[in-house]
Design a protein around this ligand. Structure first.
Ligand SMILES: Nc1ncnc2c1ncn2[C@@H]1O[C@H](COP(=O)(O)OP(=O)(O)O)[C@@H](O)[C@H]1O
Ligand SMILES: [Mg+2]
Length: 384
């Protein structure tokens, strides 16, 4: 089956599309990546996505849902073109959508009990209409309904595609938010542990955007951070954030490490007369050290750390990770046979395929759900 996976993470940088061929059933799948194509959001759309995520009106969310539906459809058509295929050659699309809000902490509501919620937009009906391809979307809410955080969802796919037999692997994804998946040697799906560790690139991106008056959206290669000096006092203060000390299962997002976090960080920076590059250097180390701290909740050794996501391009971040895990080797997905940039998009193609087959793909130990569930909403394709 040819399947397209569409992903846009908390970075809000654009839609990554992967076209894969999948064969098999259950935990015995063969997945081959055929093409990959990123479709970046224009700067104004990225700003809108980030703004709506914290202070959007219902009207803005409603509108953006339809706008993003078009961008996700565009991303699907772009990867089709790159693969030189037509929509009729593809059976299925799995679309993660764009998270605009994530509230995993239960809020007590009289009459119904504790409520958790999460909202991904990028209307799948638009994707199905533009492409004619059956589209699975809204993967997270079913896990949330089953008592989970709805995140992280990639651990199932990490288990499927990245487990390494006799070696224990720690999979790290450096997206806007960073998450880890522990795949113990010889373990089954029920032995997998996974959770968000905190910010990956999100704080770094926001700092650079503010430093450059919105001219730049990231610290390319981690070069600015490399010129800075780590401030140990600020480092300690940041690492005291309660999320880093919370026991898993746990997940986080822009609600915890967005605007308010940044404002506090910058205020401290001004008070202590730190240069912007010092803030970047310190925050890069916070990302790496908070990932290292994840080890306290994992039983068993780690033979190898395998890193994916956009943050693999940030050399300072990668250098910090290597130092934190030394002497354990830190490799990238590319070094173990998978495309770092494409992996999360590939993952949502795999999850959609399994949904169509009626397979449950949440990992209850990772999300905190009461039981395994089949994820997603299916919008039929085809035109009449
Ligand atoms: N060349 C690069 N140098 C430094 N950072 C990069 C580079 N390319 C991508 N990134 C970082 O990766 C982020 C996007 O990573 P991605 O895996 O798409 O995250 P998400 O899943 O949150 O969208 C960017 O916002 C940026 O911080
Ligand atoms: Mg992205």
């Amino acid at each position: 089956m040819n399947v397209i996976g569409l992903m846009s993470g908390t970075s809000g940088d654009g839609v990554d599309a992967a076209l894969v061929s999948i064969r098999g059933t259950g935990l015995n799948l063969t997945v081959t990546q055929r093409a990959f194509c990123p479709t970046p959001y224009p700067a104004s759309l990225r700003r809108q996505v980030l703004a709506v995520s914290t202070k959007g009106t219902v009207a803005e969310v409603c509108h953006l849902n339809a706008v993003l539906g078009e961008w996700f459809a565009k991303a699907a058509m772009n990867v089709l073109a790159r693969a030189r295929l037509r929509p009729s050659d593809v059976h299925l699309i799995g679309s993660h959508g764009q998270t605009v809000h994530h509230l995993p902490k239960p809020i007590r509501v009289p009459g119904v009990g504790p409520i958790r919620s999460t909202l991904q937009i990028g209307e799948p009906a638009v994707i199905a209409e533009r492409t004619g391809i059956t589209t699975v979307a809204d993967f997270r809410p079913r896990d949330v309904a089953a008592g989970g955080d709805g995140a992280p969802l990639t651990p199932y796919v990490h288990y499927l595609l990245l487990r390494a037999g006799r070696r224990s692997r720690l999979v790290v994804n450096l997206g806007g938010i960073s998450n880890v998946t522990y795949l113990p040697a010889g373990g089954g799906l029920s032995d997998v542990r996974a959770f968000d560790t905190g910010p990956g690139n999100m704080v770094l991106d926001a700092l650079v955007s503010r430093m450059t008056g919105g001219q730049q959206s990231m610290d390319r290669g981690g070069r600015m951070a490399a010129r800075g000096r780590v401030d140990v006092r600020l480092l300690r203060q940041l690492l005291a954030h309660p999320f880093f000390h919370q026991r898993p299962p746990k997940s986080t997002g822009r609600e915890e490490f967005g605007e308010a976090f940044l404002a506090r960080l910058q205020a401290t920076g001004r008070r202590r007369k730190l240069r912007p590059e010092d803030l970047l250097a310190t925050c890069s180390l916070v990302t790496a050290m908070s990932i290292g701290m994840a080890r306290r909740w994992l039983k068993g050794n780690i033979d190898e750390v395998v890193v994916g996501g956009g943050g693999t391009n940030n050399r300072t971040l990668m250098r910090n990770l290597a130092a934190v895990f030394d002497p354990t080797p830190v490799r990238t997905f590319d070094e173990v046979g998978w495309d770092s940039k494409a992996f999360e998009a590939v993952a949502f193609a795999v999850l959609a395929y399994q949904t169509l087959k009626g397979e449950a793909t949440n990992v209850p130990a990772a999300t905190g759900a009461a039981h395994p569930v089949v994820l997603g909403t299916i919008v039929p394709g085809g035109r009449r």
